[in-house]
Design a protein around this ligand. Structure first.
Ligand code: GLP
Length: 223
């Protein structure tokens, strides 16, 4: 698979913002899947600047920790702070995986599924919180986080002991049903896993490698 190399983080953020902008303008009632992490922060800033009309958009987040969703480090709080409170999306149209997970999936699929899914990638090749070993046909579910992910994500918490050990995540099968997928990655530490995932063996040991089987994926990287 082709990895498109971009000159810097601004270009990465702006190029993916162009794709989201086109999607929302061409189809105001779009269903989007959105990521968290440090990678999409520039994208969200760029989208806010563009003052798009989000009034008909329905957003689904990829994942959430098993924790109090009002905690400042929850993904609910992250999304409110970095995007939802800065645009005219309706709070009732912002969804996060919840239990029972099949009801969440039903909600995603009411009226023909997801139009555009934006992903980041973890240093161990995870997408959303689908850790190595996740089944390619997995659905939304509760998962245990690996030591590596807990360590990587501890930078967002006061201490590593505060990082939740479990999360609720869309499954790989769920993600693969999106009509279009964009994978964003930045930083030299992501390049190797990105190459392995996009051009190596398709294996459940590298969850992102399943994207090689999707017919509309674009992968953008800057160092
Ligand atoms: C978390 C999220 C992933 C995200 C990954 C990478 O684990 N669950 O969805 O892709 O972090 O985050 P970052 O962009 O901070 O490297």
């Amino acid at each position: 698979m082709k990895i498109k190399l971009l000159k810097d983080y601004e270009e990465l953020s702006s190029l993916v913002a162009n794709i989201v902008e086109t999607q929302i303008k061409e189809q105001p009632l779009s269903k989007l899947v959105l990521p968290t992490g440090s990678t999409p922060l520039g994208l969200y800033d760029e989208l806010v600047k563009r003052e798009l009309d989000w009034s008909l958009v329905i957003a689904f987040n990829l994942d959430e920790y098993i924790m109090n969703i009002d905690h400042p480090y929850s993904y609910h709080s992250y999304m409110r702070k970095n995007l939802f409170d800065r645009i005219n999306i309706y709070p009732d149209n912002c969804h996060f995986p919840f239990r029972p997970t099949l009801s969440f999936e039903d909600k995603m699929n009411v009226i023909k599924g997801i139009d555009l899914c934006i992903l980041g990638i973890g240093s161990n090749g995870h997408i959303a919180f689908n850790e190595p070993g996740s089944a390619f046909d997995s659905r939304t579910r509760v998962v245990d986080l690996t030591e590596q992910t807990i360590k990587d994500n501890s930078k967002y918490f006061d201490s590593i002991d505060d990082v939740p050990k479990q999360a609720i995540t869309m499954g790989l099968g769920t993600i693969m049903e999106s009509k279009k997928i964009i994978l964003m990655a930045n930083g030299k530490h992501k390049l190797n896993i990105l190459k392995v995932a996009m051009n190596g063996e398709v294996t459940e040991d590298v969850p992102a490698s399943i994207l090689q089987k999707h017919n509309d994926v674009e992968v953008f990287y800057c160092d």
